[in-house]
Design a protein around this ligand. Sequence first.
Ligand SMILES: [Zn+2]
Length: 962
Amino acid sequence: MEVDWSTVDKKWQKKWAENNDHETNSNDKEKKFITVAYPYPNSPQHIGHGRTYTIADVHSRYLRMKGYNVLFPMGFHYTGTPILGMAKRVEANDTELIEGFKTLYKVPEDKIKEFAEPVKIADYFHEEIKSGMIEMGYSIDWRREFTTIDPAYQKFIEWQFRNLKEKNLIVQGSHPVGWCPKDQNPVSQHDTLGDVEPDFTEYIVIKFDLNGVKIPVATLRPETLFGVTNIWINPQVTYQKIKVNDEIWITSPECARKLGFLEKKIEVIEDVSGSDFVGQSAKAPHSSDSIVILPASFVKSDNGTGIVMSVPAHAPFDYQALVDCKSGKNKSIGGNLLSNIQNIEPISMIKTEGLGDIPAKDIVEKMGISHQDDPKLEDATKEIYSKEFYEGILANNTKQFAGKKISEAKDEIKEWITEIGSADILLELTNSPVKCRCGAECVVKLLSNQWFLDYSNKDWKKKAHTCFDKMNILPNEISSEFDKVLDWLRERACARQHGLGTKVPWDKEWLVESLADSVIYMAFYIISKYVNKKEINGNDLTDEFFDYIFYGKKDSGEIANKINTTKEKLEEIRNEFSYFYPVDSRHSGRDLVPNHLTFFVLNHVALFPEENWPQEIVVNGSVLMAGKKMSKSMGNIIPLREAVRKYGADPIRLTILISAELLQDADFNVEAINGIKNKLESMHESCAKIKSEEIPELEPEDKWIFSVLQNLASNVSQSMDKIRFREALHHILYDFDSELQWYLKRAKSKQRTNISGILHKILSSRVLMLSPFAPHMAEEMWEKLGNSELASKSEWPSSVGIEIDSKSIQTETLLKSIIDDINNILKVTKISPKKIIIYTAEQWKSKAYNSILKNVLDGQTNVGTIIKSLIADKETESIKKDPDFVKKTLNDILSEPAELRKGRMNVGQVDEREIISSELSSLVKSDYNVELDVFSESDSKKYDPKNKAKTARPFKPAILIE
Ligand SMILES: [Zn+2]
């Protein structure tokens, strides 16, 4: 029976909306507050976005069925530069972008024209995303919707910022930031193409002096200054003579540009060739020595200043380049110079246990390196650097630093060179090139007098660690990542020059940055409902108002007067906040671990008392398209709404969730979605067929199938609690099928006609468990099963109301294993049976079996020990006749699931002969159309021509087929 998915989707979405099913206010039930990172509306959502929201929705729906009052709200994040960048590109008639809007996102042409205005882009995709969320069946309380440029939200962010500043957590200072030179704006992950967080390294620049002109070299190892023998310059590069504040420097043009972003006044005087400097000498800052400048091809102009100092004893590149120079192969070294440099020898200045005096020489020779462009030099450098850094001691030729460890002396040496006026700093992107969304290549800028969130504050970090330690983080293995992020976080620019958003309240030239205004907004979902209902006016809101709602500070009556509302209304809002806060679960993609999720915790611990700190973070991985990464260039991005129209909401929800647990990548492919559709359609068909009849007195197989159902319900509930949705879905959709088939086979062989009520009850439980995952289809099935209430409003079936019956589990396991054995014999012997005879084990074997089982449950599995104890017991001493029995039985027991073993112990001895006679005959008759005879091994009149009976063991009867 084919399902019209779109009709089913719309039917139930309409019903939920009519009943206001997802609108939540405070009440006397226990609450759960589930949130997910709100979307940034600069494009429609695609299947990949769908994953996080679907997980949060399933979580919300599950908790609702468990009896909680669940709030699941949604807002829209307009803040930031990306939308601004897009608007500019539309204005400039960027055909690639406009074509993307048309073909990929299907935006009508008259709408695209309006997109030169940033807010129009945000508004358009806001509605698009919202429609998609409704079409996916997300159970969102839309009365609380807001955007981050609403007046009330801006008041809220102003309150947040003033509050942080009062606590000295927003500071003014000079700190490096990623920077777009075109937009004149700091950039972080949200602002860059490919969502890359700009990362940078600080070099120390040591200035050598050439007749008043500075020859600056950039290094991460200032301590090696004591080992300098020469300076390297690249003769192929055109350098620049520049004025840096009051000094004249020689640097590469790339360096000159970088310096311009580091609060320096740069003036280019003229171009100079690198080769002009070869053979000249400069004075070192730490001594009166003249240091000769030599040519080297490994020196790159885009790295550092384009000039480096040479420390051949400890730097393999320098060692090899010096060897190359001395060899005379280098054409730019003339005769005089060539003979002068022959006496340059490496200067050893670090002693490291396990390394020789000239470690660079040793490693170059060991690795067989023969020229300075050999890529192996990178590895050689890393090896020496890390060993010397951790274990190296400065030698006697390092003045006041002699005897100190490198790791300790590094900063002291840096300070000393700075004090003698010969040092500066240079900041460089480590992960360049990083491109801004506007297309420009980003740089590092030293931003002065700028507003920074002081994430390097130790007390603040400590508090956040405490919060993370107490919080439930799913999956748990991600916890350590949060700890690492917290440890390396430092001051973070929190203001921007351009974009949409809230002005920094005390410095209106600047806007609050998008990863700073999106950290405590979950609290705003309480207030937005009243703003949207027009019970308070967003423009009226004051800091006192927020202090009252969030902290209960001051008198509500007084504040109410000032903001044109009533005391009662304010108290209502305050109560609702106290009821719903803290956030019980925050869902997000893994890419937000190093920024948003960590900031979310940091800002909560700064602004809220401990009882309102977040309780849980749930992180999920991404979605692949048929095994491949989704990307615009691959053309495999499917907008969510398009997918819903094509496949229906529930098949998409299930396909995204069933292929992976939280951190794994989920895979979306057509085969999987068709498989899910078929499965749901066949369940739907059963629901239409099976009538709700009275449940008869239970037969063994009925007790058994209900026990299996109860086990299923327990397993699914456990998986749900751990947000192991893949596992839960497999239990619900597939694990039960073979059991159900066995049950139907048993019932059919007994020619029963009274099982409809039982099947109805089973199906009802499965449909309810399916409801959080496939909410539309589950309602449809639930209706077909004859219910007038909604499935989503029913109680989660943690219990099916029937106790687990261990005896029936033992019985059915026995019967199933006998049928399996018969089938195996028939397969091997290829005979068509005329008669089947079964022999059950005699009494003493059952006693011995129980004894062995007890041993196993007590942890004793040694055959010798078990045999001894059996012989010692009068009741089981007969095993002397058949010592092999113990070994075989022990294997039988060990090959069975632990749960079954325990059940067997609880049930005790069962009368196998009785069970097989009464329950198996009908099955053998219907399966093989032959009669079944059952004898006990001890039966003296038994028919046993092949002497089989003596091989019978408990739960492993002997079988003869004729
Ligand atoms: Zn830019």
